[in-house]
Design a binder for this molecule. Structure first.
Ligand code: PTJ
Length: 251
């Protein structure tokens, strides 16, 4: 996948690069056409957030890292947008937290499942789950419910970036700790999460990896304290304030 040339001096450089990645993802059969619409919605929120990681999002990223490090069986769920935007970064996060990677799609087709798994392998993933699909998330219609029994099915902590609300709620009801990355602090997914990370997946995934690397030698008590101190409601409220009241509202 090549990045179309965008001059780095362009004021919307990152946003344009992101668009090209999503476009290339669609061309490669990785990203769904609905993924383009989802990206547009995300961009609007990112613009209102000042296209930066809020201090409250950084705290959420640290709490997400602590949860992943404490987990017995952490899994990173990957959809078509995540595969197009942060394939290598997702593999890095898996390495830093010993988490498995599982493809789990809203618009599931065998072709897209294979294309995404291949793409992740091209970016260094050794084992990609999701293709066996011998487990089910109760309370969801057929395609979206499919998971690997020994992947998301057995996970105690799941990272679900850019999730749709129904599946986020259903995963939460299974008692799994759910970390959601979503630029919309009002979305049902963000509200269903134990740790809502209101940040662009492009910034959030490397930031969680960085925190995980910093915390690699921390003891359980330290990690548990980070998890306990994190307040999901406050993080959502801070993001909403930043959007409603303008760029410096949170600082
Ligand atoms: O690949 P599939 O088939 O699993 O489909 C994936 C999409 C994303 C198309 C599907 O899950 C979907 O339709 O999602 P929604 O309901 O449009 O929700 C996407 C959410 O992600 C919205 O709240 C967006 O604001 C948010 N979002 C979009 N782009 C980003 C984002 N959040 C973080 N980073 C982004 N780059």
């Amino acid at each position: 996948m090549t990045d179309v040339e965008v001059p780095e001096s362009h004021p919307r450089y990152e946003s344009l690069l992101t668009r090209h990645r999503i476009e290339a993802g669609v061309e490669k059969g990785i990203t769904s056409q609905q993924g383009l619409i989802a990206q547009g919605r995300g961009e609007a929120f990112d613009y209102l957030l000042g296209e930066r990681t809020l201090p409250s999002a950084d705290e959420a990223e640290r709490a997400a890292a602590a949860h992943l490090l404490l987990a017995e069986h952490p899994v990173l769920s990957v959809n078509g947008n995540v595969a197009a935007l942060v394939p290598g970064e997702t593999v890095d996060l898996g390495d830093a937290t010993s988490a498995e990677i599982e493809v789990n799609l809203f618009n599931r087709t065998p072709e897209r499942m294979e294309a995404i798994a291949d793409h992740l392998r091209e970016h260094g993933a050794k084992d990609v789950k999701g293709l066996t699909a011998d487990g089910r998330i109760p309370g969801l219609d057929h395609e979206r419910a499919k998971v690997d029994a020994d992947g998301i099915g057995a996970a105690d902590v799941v990272l679900v970036p850019l999730e749709d609300g129904d599946r986020a709620e259903a995963l939460g009801e299974l008692g799994k700790v759910e970390i959601v990355i979503d630029l919309n602090p009002l979305s049902r997914s963000a509200r269903a999460a134990d740790v809502p990370v209101v940040d662009n997946v492009i910034r959030a995934v490397p930031a969680i990896t960085e925190h995980a690397r910093e915390l690699a030698d921390a003891d359980r008590e330290t990690l548990e304290a980070i998890v306990d101190e994190f307040d999901a409601g406050e993080a959502l409220a801070a993001a909403e304030r930043a959007i409603r009241e303008g760029e410096r509202a949170e600082e």
